[in-house]
Design a protein around this ligand. Structure first.
Ligand SMILES: Cc1cc2nc3c(=O)[nH]c(=O)nc-3n(C[C@H](O)[C@H](O)[C@H](O)COP(=O)(O)O)c2cc1C
Ligand code: SF4
Length: 465
């Protein structure tokens, strides 16, 4: 079937649009009728005739890994609900989309809300949930209204409510608006917030949501994009789905590219089907004219930065070693992790030679200092301390020891906090110092001293002192 896209919005030929199939279509709208015209909700109809366990098995076979950040296998997560559970089971769709550099979930919600609702309903049926929430950040007010309308339409047509699609399965989905905080994207902080409390993350163990989640009942928390994939796994079967992408890195994923490229934007590709260089040069049209690549943050702001000239020696399954430059890295979870960083939420931030790394790091540190929930001391005090030191580096007031001090503060946060925000805030500093120490040191007072003396002498010679 021929699809028409809005002017200038057609996908790149190397894309594989599945989750974003209906995004930017000229011949599409968010109504239930339009969704049904192209097979919408047929997979939910099929699902409610199946054994719930059989659906979980298909999701396991598909190899789907969560698209929210950690890349944890979705089907495996679902099996963590205790087998002898007698409490209600909940499902939460994480629509907080809080990781800087990430902008995909909002397009699904704005342009294809029924795809998400169908994916959620199938997932709820599989895990035995009769009540589900979509936790959406307050900054997406339009998205919340679109979802509420879509839920009402689905309910009026027996895709939600009692006796879904003529079965005896009941499910309600509610939209819950957050108050706009990065930490509300962390699953246990999100759960606290949904319970009406301050979003202080919970300690894991014991509070793994699948066992002790919302109201201390088993709760599955999945990202918007992850839940949409479930609908497609139902359609093609787990094994066929697993043929997309590469082993252990299956399916498609949406990469959100921002920064110094000609065509920043979202690109849905088979996982690992292209390299970083192909993403930048083919899909994104290359760097801006006359510029050279300086650095890349490959998976949202908390992923460790890569330097353009890094070369990695990676062990191959046959025992040999392969050299990879940054541009050779395939865009999959495992290889990016072997290169010392992470694919995270798919937010790829490209920086060219005009970027001032002290400024970039300070910008990130300002964000993390603002967003720390304050519950644990290393993160609360450390994130603000890192911001203050990087403020000094940017303004040229840092002492010669400040770069090492900054590094030591980061390592005192990393691994010593209640939630993974600690690492998220420390990794930018650790990696920027490891890879751009000279550039940061050049901004400290002692390094500037010679330059200032020379500038003063020049001004004096010109009679301008
Ligand atoms: C500080 C922090 C912020 C996070 N923000 C988000 C977010 O905005 N959206 C999201 O889906 N996951 C976010 N996560 C990951 C969630 O805790 C959780 O792992 C995810 O929602 C699980 O879904 P998935 O398995 O489908 O990826 C965040 C994690 C941390 C530590
Ligand atoms: S690591 Fe930071 S964000 Fe997480 S609980 Fe501790 S203070 Fe809060």
């Amino acid at each position: 079937m021929a699809i028409t896209y809005l002017p200038g919005k057609a996908p790149h030929p190397r894309e594989h649009r599945m989750i974003f199939r209906n995004v930017d279509r000229a011949d599409w709208d968010t109504s239930l009728a339009r969704y049904e015209q192209e097979g919408g909700y047929s997979m939910l109809k099929k699902a409610v005739t199946m054994e719930p366990k059989a659906i979980t098995e298909e999701v396991k076979k598909s190899g789907l890994r969560g698209r929210g950040g950690a890349g944890f296998p979705t089907g495996v997560k679902w099996t963590f609900i205790p087998p002898n559970n007698t409490k209600p089971v909940y499902l939460i769709c994480n629509a907080d989309e809080s990781e800087p550099g990430t902008f995909k979930d909002r397009y699904i919600i704005h342009q294809d809300p029924h795809q998400l609702i169908e994916g959620m309903a199938i997932s709820c049926y599989a895990v035995g949930a009769h009540l589900a929430y979509i936790y959406i950040r307050e900054e997406f007010p339009e998205g919340a209204l679109i979802l509420e309308k879509a839920i009402a339409e689905a309910r009026a047509n027996w895709y939600l409510g009692n006796g879904i699609c003529g079965s005896n399965y009941n499910l309600e989905i509610y939209v819950h608006r957050g108050a706009g905080a990065y930490i509300c994207g962390e699953e246990t902080g999100l759960i606290e917030s949904l319970e009406g409390k301050r979003p202080y993350p919970r300690i894991k163990p014991p509070y793994f949501p699948a066992a002790l989640g919302l109201y201390l009942c088993p709760t599955i928390v999945n990202n918007v994009e992850s839940l949409c994939h479930v609908r497609h796994i139902m359609e093609m079967g787990g094994e066929t789905y697993a043929k997309m992408g590469t082993p252990n890195n299956t399916g498609t994923r949406i990469l959100c590219v921002s920064g110094d490229v000609v065509r920043p934007g979202y690109y849905e590709v088979q996982v690992g089907s292209l390299t970083m260089g192909e993403l930048i040069n083919d899909l994104c049209g290359g760097l801006k004219p006359g510029r050279t690549l300086k650095a890349i943050i490959p998976g949202g702001s908390s992923a460790k930065v890569l330097r353009a000239d890094e070369v990695f020696k990676l062990k191959q399954p046959d025992g040999s070693t392969k050299e990879l430059t940054v541009m050779d890295i395939p865009m999959d979870f495992d290889t990016i992790a072997k290169c010392g960083t992470m694919a995270g939420s798919g937010g790829v931030i490209i920086m060219d030679d005009t970027r001032d790394m002290a400024w970039v790091l300070n910008n990130l540190n300002q964000f993390y200092a603002h967003e720390s929930c304050g519950q644990c001391t290393p993160c609360r005090e450390g994130s603000l301390w890192m911001k203050k030191i990087s403020d000094r580096i940017v303004s040229g007031d840092a002492s010669p020891d400040d770069v090492s001090l900054l590094e030591s503060v980061a390592y005192q946060i990393d691994g010593k906090t209640i939630c993974a925000f600690g690492e998220a805030s420390a990794w930018p500093t650790e990696s920027f110092i490891a890879k751009f120490r000279d550039e940061l040191t050049a901004r400290t007072k002692s390094a500037n001293k010679g330059k200032l003396v020379a500038e003063e002498a020049q001004l004096a010679a010109a009679g301008l002192d």
